[in-house]
Design a protein around this ligand. Structure first.
Ligand code: CA
Length: 226
């Protein structure tokens, strides 16, 4: 579901936006006050696909909201809703990190087109975590947790586990693991994969826990899934 944050203190404009957006299949949240908008954005801007931001607001101005947001999150697109002839507002808004602006009164079709363009320009949200059952891999911090226990891995161990977790339950032949984790093809037999699978097992498994990696005889390895 695509959620739009509507920051607008004029109740008629806010309800016009909400009705129109919901008819188009968007979810909406409304903040009629700059402070409320700021706290919503500080507590979780990433859940909004786009922010529609009025500038003249009680509590805190739209410029202040935008400035605060951009210190923390540069990715969520913001479209400033501004009065017809407030050209300096526009320039200032773009300086502060707005992606676009729409002048009031605006046509709803134009607003939708601008929103779609703004959402597109930020691209799909790329997840920085892989989760399979008890395992959670943080691709940015290069750390893994099993059932909440933090486990440090070397670069190769991490790459090997990432490959297995991207293919849960699927048997990966040693040749493919070698090609993807070590980036070259072994034409001769090498036990480097087996050695690293051993390292991972020692770090990930505890006595009594279900083994994470299964050896499939003559075929390769696979990540065990529930
Ligand atoms: Ca206003």
């Amino acid at each position: 579901m695509t959620t739009v944050l509507v920051v607008e203190d004029d109740p008629r404009i806010a309800s016009f936006l909400v009705r129109g957006l919901e008819a188009e299949g968007y979810e909406t949240e409304v903040a009629g006050d700059g402070m409320v908008a700021a706290s919503l954005l500080v507590s979780g801007s990433s859940r909004f696909a786009v922010v529609l931001l009025d500038l003249g607001l009680p509590g805190a101005s739209g410029e202040e909201v935008l400035e605060l947001l951009r210190k923390r999150d540069t990715s969520v697109p913001v479209i400033v809703l501004t009065a017809r002839d407030a050209v300096t507002d526009k320039v200032h808004g773009l300086d502060l990190g707005a992606n676009d602006y729409v002048t009031k009164p605006f046509s709803f079709a134009e607003l939708l087109a601008r929103m779609r363009a703004a959402i597109r320009s930020t691209g799909p949200v790329v997840s920085t975590e892989l989760v399979v059952d008890e395992l959670r891999l943080d691709l940015l911090a290069k750390v893994v947790w099993r059932a909440g226990r933090r486990i440090e891995l070397s670069q190769r161990e991490f790459a090997l586990l990432e490959l297995l977790m991207r293919n849960p339950g699927r048997v990966l032949p040693r040749t493919r693991i070698l090609a993807e984790v070590w980036q070259y093809d072994f034409t001769t037999e090498s036990n480097v994969v087996d050695v690293y699978v051993g390292y991972l097992r020692r770090k990930l498994d505890r006595s009594g826990s279900v083994p994470v990696i299964e050896t499939v005889r003559g075929a390769g390895y696979r990540l065990v899934t529930a």
